[in-house]
Design a protein around this ligand. Structure first.
Ligand code: FES
Ligand code: FES
Length: 160
């Protein structure tokens, strides 16, 4: 590992500063150094989406990014997002659609849903499936999750 460096970025709306190995995964800095346990580690290999965060508004897998790459960026995790009205709408939609069982995958799906609806407030089913294709759920089957996203989109548009 290289010697520690200072990395600064905006984390959930606040300036954050870490002295850390530049190679440390963003996921580990979030969980270990920032104490944000809502960001989950599933596969650790960029395949499951459990570690999803928004980087400058775009969905990324935090297990696949060395922390040095996000110096100066804007990182939003499920914990920061959970303080927003959009989170309330999306999480209520997931709960009501039965799209949460063990809940392990849910933070990642919610971040993927947020990224989708930011970019495309009226996605069709194919667009929803594509947007969530990097996220795995072992419990629910995807039908209820798709319904939850449709419901969240409708609520955000004020039509439900
Ligand atoms: S833990 Fe990052 S994609 Fe699975
Ligand atoms: S609710 Fe258990 S993995 Fe998705």
């Amino acid at each position: 590992m290289n010697p520690n460096v200072i990395i600064e970025f905006t984390l959930d709306g606040k300036k954050a500063r870490f002295e850390t190995s530049p190679e440390k995964r963003l996921l580990d800095v979030l969980r270990e150094d920032a104490g944000i346990k809502g960001v989950k580690e599933g596969c650790g290999e960029g395949e499951c989406g459990a570690c999803s965060v928004l980087r400058n508004g775009r969905l990324v897998n935090s297990c696949s990014i060395p922390v040095i790459a996000v110096h100066g960026d804007d990182i939003l995790t499920i914990e920061g997002f959970s303080r927003t009205e959009s989170y309330r709408i999306i999480s209520d939609s997931y709960a009501e659609a039965g799209a949460v069982q063990c809940g392990f995958c849910t933070p990642g799906f919610i971040m993927a849903t947020a990224a989708l609806l930011n970019e495309n407030p009226t996605p069709d089913e194919g667009e929803i499936r594509k947007a969530l294709s990097g996220n795995l759920c072992r419990c629910t089957g995807y039908t209820m999750i798709i319904e939850a996203v449709k419901s969240a989109a409708a609520r955000m548009a004020g039509s439900e």
